[in-house]
Write a protein that binds this ligand. Structure first.
Ligand code: 15L
Length: 277
């Protein structure tokens, strides 16, 4: 990483009790002790130095209380898969707006927004894309992530907030199936990307792919590399596991064509040839 700023110290982690929050909390704690954790429910096993503030993202007053006094926010909170419109609306649309607006009012300097590959899920797997493509969401969830990226751009341009959107693939100890061989993200690599977002002096607004060093990746993540990202996870090391799991899942005529997989086939009523760019 180029000459980094001193790490921020009052950092709020939303979605701290969720799947990704639970995986990266111990890794973040080594670099940023004293994290302020927020979620609707208190995460298990609070470490010494960690504090918890309960907040429902749909409630502006609770979000304001969670980010008070913070200089940075890692926003993982929200609904993490496809869901009914009202669920997505409250948690990911209203919730995301509430988060950015509360952060602005609290004078937060940096926000890391957990976007998702599902903002661009209708790109075909045979196409390699960068972060500059038009969004092609594959679900209401994907739409909410595209919305979050737009809100991030607005707060960066209008208010000078330093915003990094991470289009996360799939975070875990190893890729779960063949699709995840392309989009897998090792938790340590996600923490690297978060560190870049929290500390790099050159960031104003960025969209980066949250993906490890996967040979079969569909994404050009050269901007992340230029900012110092050196992913260590390599999905090929887990190919036999992923292929064995894939054999149990079976084919998905729509999902297997597009990057978003089953998020694309869910509720799909189009013809494959007419979907995607
Ligand atoms: C996501 O954005 C979800 O949060 C996660 O649960 C996975 O479904 C992941 O995408 C994926 O595409 O595998």
């Amino acid at each position: 990483m180029a000459a980094a700023e001193k790490p921020s110290r009052r950092i709020v982690l939303t979605g701290a009790a969720g799947g990704i929050g639970t995986m990266i909390r111990p890794l973040l704690a080594k670099i940023y002790p004293g994290l302020i954790l927020s979620d609707k429910v208190e995460p298990a096993n609070l470490r010494p130095g960690e504090t918890f503030v309960a907040a429902d993202l749909a409630r502006p007053d609770e979000v304001a209380a969670a980010v008070e006094g913070a200089d940075s926010v890692i926003h993982l909170g929200g609904y993490s898969v496809e869901g009914p419109w009202d669920t997505i609306l409250q948690a990911n649309i209203i919730g995301c707006y509430n988060l950015f607006e509360a952060a602005r009012q609290a004078g937060v300097k940096r926000v890391i927004f957990a976007s998702s590959n599902h903002a661009v899920g209708f790109y075909p797997r045979k196409r390699r894309i960068g972060t500059d493509v038009t969004v092609r969401p594959d679900s209401r969830y994907g739409v909410s992530k595209a919305f979050g990226e737009s809100v991030g751009a607005l707060y960066a341009d209008k208010h000078g907030m330093i915003v990094t959107c991470l289009r996360i693939g799939n975070v875990g100890p190893r890729p779960l199936d063949v699709r995840r061989l392309a989009i897998w993200l090792l938790p340590d690599d996600l923490v690297q990307l978060i560190r870049i977002g929290l500390e790099h002096p050159d960031i104003r607004f960025e969209i980066l792919y949250g993906v490890s060093d996967n040979a079969s990746s569909w994404w050009d993540n050269s901007r992340a590399r230029r900012l110092g990202y050196q992913p260590t996870g390599k999905s090929e090391d887990h190919r036999s596991h992923a292929e064995a799991e894939q054999a149990r899942i079976g084919p998905d005529p729509v999902g297997d064509v597009f990057q978003g997989g089953s998020f694309c086939s869910l509720e799909f009523t189009n013809e494959i040839e007419r979907a995607g760019p």
